[in-house]
Design a binder for this molecule. Sequence first.
Ligand code: SAM
Length: 216
Amino acid sequence: MEDSYKHRGMRKSLVKIIRSKGITDERVIEAIGRVPRHFFFDNALIAHAYQDKAFPIGEGQTISQPFTVAFQSEKLEVKPNDKVLEVGTGSGYQACILLELGAKVYTIEYNENLYERTRKFLPKMGYKPYFFQGDGSKGLPAKAPFDKIIVTAGAPSVPKSLIEQLKIGGVLIIPVGDSESQKMLRITKQGEKKIKKESFDYFSFVPLLGEQGWKK
Ligand code: SAM
């Protein structure tokens, strides 16, 4: 795994694109600038690594578009030492960005093959979130509560369990909609029974499966 001058140059161009699309949080921009996204790609496909687009990672799943990763990370307002749950580990790229932001990351993946692959691969890059396999639409009750929860798959509605597993003052970012497009929602838990809901742009994610997601 080599991170050459050329790769760093390509990453700088990607950072410019992300900025031009409206990302302003310098910590997020620096994190995108640090994580070698080409490590997630086969050698023959490295040209795709620093384009601002999602890419297939096998098992019918995708590594999210860098802008989407930056957008969700910015809206999550991650602070160093925040305890963050990521639902949908996938390639692990988003988990790397969260770790770069100083978070303690718990990441859960439904697909067993992807879970195994990413659990073995990410530590080789030096990134060490806590990995879990299972239905993250129900959250991760054994490790709750969390300061922040990020869902990286499109949900039909906001899973109740995820709100329950937030600390008071905690934030959940989740795309909600149909199979074509989903509106990015940010839910802030202001009290045991009080939430604030904000909506942002539309995105297109693979579906969140499971008990509180889409049924298979
Ligand atoms: N965050 C990933 C990255 O950085 O590459 C991208 C994730 S991909 C867009 C969505 C992931 O969510 C897929 O890997 C999919 O298997 C996973 N997923 C879908 N439903 C899930 C569930 N109920 N619990 C956990 N993971 C789920």
